[in-house]
Design a protein around this ligand. Structure first.
Ligand code: 3HC
Length: 314
């Protein structure tokens, strides 16, 4: 009876729009859902550094290199915020990293595609970070306090990421015929995988109902995807780019762009580890983790010595 009463009280707090903080009572399922979603979000930020990182040494100018370096560094920071926010739910950083490296945890499908040309760096900033902004602006209102606050800080940086990407895309779209062709070819490769970032259709999304009930998210996967399409089709047309979807059509009545069906076989295939770059991404993460072992040991030894010093002093 007591558990039921606590769940009802918890739901009342959610319905009143109150923030749930780490020390508050919460249903185990709420905690598990947040650990799942937030840790996978953190993994996505860290793995997401790899595709663009591939181009840091080959940026076409010092300015582009500095901007790209800054963006990739931001993504690392986003991962740290999100791992720290997730630790408030009682899972350790080590457990989360183990879940990623063992393949147990997911990260966003979008990062399992190759970055084949420099235009991909602009398209990723514009589309992938554009998709992240749509999703994360909503998550900034999440019922879990630490997640919501992490999102507020991250969204500010994502806006810079999108602007630098769109500026690169616009520059190439107005550039030489080779640049125009390169940026259109890149858009053709990244458009559909970006739509997949928002997850399966609402009626095939096992987690959405609980996340909406508990105000972890306030919009469904399809609603977020539609917002993304409406905004980015207009931005593509503004710089003379074509969306690679023959079924794309503007509905005057609804005011929305209607679009074709996503290749869900590709989506689930990528999620199951069979995307173009899954193996490379995981090998890179495992290698980075192994190479970073000495840093973790040094930090632990330093902490141990500090603790001894404090104990002696007290
Ligand atoms: N990639 C990988 N897995 C995905 C996915 C995707 N694009 N979309 C859905 N999935 C997985 C879900 O994780 C879930 O599997 P699980 O139960 O084992 O975790 C399953 O597919 C069913 O999906 P659901 O719709 O039921 O799951 P959610 O309601 O959690 O929706 C989500 C998926 C939209 C990714 C949601 O979890 C979410 O909004 N997460 C927080 C934001 C996030 O993680 N964004 C990733 C991109 S980060 C980024 O873009 C960084 C930027 O700086 C570039």
């Amino acid at each position: 009876m007591e558990e039921q009463a606590r769940k009802e009280k918890f739901q009342e707090r959610i319905d009143k729009g109150e923030k749930i903080e780490p020390k508050d009572w919460m249903p185990d399922r709420y905690r598990q859902q947040l650990i799942r979603m937030m840790s996978q979000h953190a993994h996505s930020e860290i793995v997401g550094m790899l595709p663009e990182g591939n181009w840091i040494t080959r940026a076409p100018s010092l300015r582009r290199k500095m901007v790209l370096l800054s963006k990739v560094q931001d993504e690392a920071g986003h991962g740290m915020y999100l791992y720290s926010a997730t630790e408030t739910l009682g899972i350790s950083r080590e457990e989360m990293i183990d879940q990623l490296l063992s393949g147990e945890a997911k990260y966003s499908s979008i990062f399992n595609y190759p970055t084949l040309t420099w235009a991909d760096v602009g398209i990723i900033g514009w589309l992938v970070d554009g998709a992240a902004i749509i999703n994360q602006t909503m998550l900034a209102r999440s019922s879990y306090g630490p997640y919501s606050r992490a999102m507020i800080r991250i969204c500010k940086e994502e806006n810079f990421h999108k602007k630098q990407g769109y500026e690169m895309v616009a520059t190439m779209a107005e550039g030489t015929p080779e640049q125009q062709e390169m940026v259109q070819e890149s858009l053709n490769r990244w458009w559909w995988p970006t739509l997949m970032m928002f997850g399966p259709h609402d009626d095939e999304s096992p987690n959405s109902a609980e996340l909406l009930k508990w105000d972890v998210k306030q919009k469904t996967n399809d609603e977020l995807r539609q917002s993304f399409v409406d905004r980015h089709v207009a931005e593509a047309h503004a710089v003379g780019l074509e969306i690679p979807d023959p079924e794309l059509e503007f509905n005057e009545e609804t005011g929305h762009w209607e679009f074709g069906e996503i290749d869900w076989d590709e989506f689930w295939n990528v999620i199951r580890g069979n995307g173009p770059m899954n193996r490379e991404r995981m090998n890179a993460r495992r290698q980075a983790h192994e190479e970073g072992q000495w840093v973790r040991e040094a930090a632990e030894e330093y902490a141990r010595k500090q603790k001894l010093k404090e104990e002696k002093a007290s």
